[in-house]
Ligand binder design. Structure first.
Ligand code: ZN
Length: 370
């Protein structure tokens, strides 16, 4: 999971520098081809008609020897020419009107906490969806979506300073409850958010969110080792879950150096038989730790029952407590609680959903036959 490269727009100057139109040959080329990018850059007058035009004027192309160039309408009028009625050179140019529309769209994106659809934005500035998308990209160098993403990231960075929790900050930055944060999490977590306080305990926990065949995956690491591997449909509840599990820790959205770790963990979740060569920070009661240790001795592709585990740890009557310890596991797959099933073979529960348990077991069963 490499972070997607994000082109950073310059919010102060989103528009590219216009080309220089001082050169006469270029001017002639522009007017004879009605080059739209030259519109507003200069004007031309025709000495035989006494009229001056935009270089994009649809009128018949004059003979080059009859053309005079001017930088502004004023200069053309001072020289005695009158404005063309077809191209109206004194009105704002098409480029200027387009730039106004795109500027308006940028402001709409920036000022709104919720996200617009492409159709909504295009409608707001009076353009077709297709034309708007093309024009936006042409003027800013970014698609409207990329621009909105960059802006939201900027807001997220800013609001993390002010909001109480990462989740609050995400909402304040305008992310929807589900999809958007997910597809962008690599970008977002590529930055280093400020530490924020949750009760003053010194422990720092770094985390990052990725994607695996089971859905969203959150990997968290304390100074001692991996302390949480959580699975879910969407990233935001996972962040909440992490906060609930470690209410006093300072959570730090994964910095760059964390990418190798999450890549390694995802690789392991995809193929548990390769093993996980990372230290675990296992926090629990003595009994839970005993159960979890026993779970780690079950090889991929095999299952045991709760009663088997209870016997294995020398507490044969504690099958129910074993089940509870399994449910309290914070390290999905690394502590393979999915390999514990009912004695009759039924899957029983799984902290991260029975479908995921089934998917994991199926995958490991496939791995066995290879
Ligand atoms: Zn004209």
């Amino acid at each position: 999971m490499s972070p997607a490269m994000t082109k950073q727009p310059n919010p102060e100057a989103p528009f590219a520098q216009p080309p220089s139109w001082a050169d006469q040959d270029r001017r002639w080329q522009a007017l004879s081809s009605r080059d739209p990018s030259s519109d507003g850059a200069f004007f031309y007058a025709v000495i035989t008609t006494g009229i001056y035009c935009r270089p994009t004027c649809p009128s018949r192309t004059p003979k080059p020897e009859n053309v005079r160039y001017f930088s502004t309408c004023e200069e053309a009028e001072q020289a005695g020419y009158i404005p063309c009625k077809r191209c109206c050179p004194k009105q704002p140019s098409l480029a200027e009107r387009q730039a106004e529309k795109i500027t308006l769209a940028c402001r709409l994106i920036e000022s709104s906490a919720t996200s617009f659809t492409l159709a909504e934005l295009a409608n707001q500035v009076g353009l077709s969806k297709y034309h708007f998308h093309r024009l936006f990209r042409q003027k800013t160098g970014l698609t409207p979506k990329a621009y909105a993403m960059a802006k939201r990231e900027q807001r997220l960075r800013e609001s993390i300073h002010q909001q109480g929790s990462i989740t609050d900050a995400i909402y304040a930055a305008g992310y929807n409850a589900n999809s958007r944060f997910y597809e962008q999490s690599g970008d977002i977590l590529g930055m280093r958010p400020e530490h924020y306080r949750q009760g003053g305990e010194q422990a720092e926990i770094r985390f990052a969110i990725g994607e695996c065949h089971l859905g969203a995956i959150l990997v968290a690491q304390s100074r001692q080792g991996l302390c949480a591997i959580l699975l879910g449909d969407d990233p935001e509840p996972l962040i909440q879950e992490l906060q609930d599990l470690f209410p006093k820790a300072t959570l730090i959205g994964g910095d760059k150096s964390f990418e190798d770790t999450i890549a390694q963990v995802i690789g392991f979740v995809e193929a548990p038989e390769v093993g996980l060569d990372l230290p675990l920070d296992i926090r629990g009661t003595a009994f839970q730790k005993k159960v979890w240790q026993a779970l780690r001795s079950i090889p991929p592709g095999e299952t045991l029952s709760y009663a088997d585990i209870a016997r294995h740890i020398g507490a044969p009557k504690s099958a129910r407590a074993v089940a509870q310890a399994c449910a309290a596991n914070k390290l999905a797959v690394a502590i393979p609680c999915h390999r514990v099933v009912h004695h009759d073979g039924a899957l029983s529960g799984y902290r991260w959903g029975v479908e995921r348990k089934q998917a994991l077991l199926n995958k490991e069963a496939e791995g066995e036959t290879l």
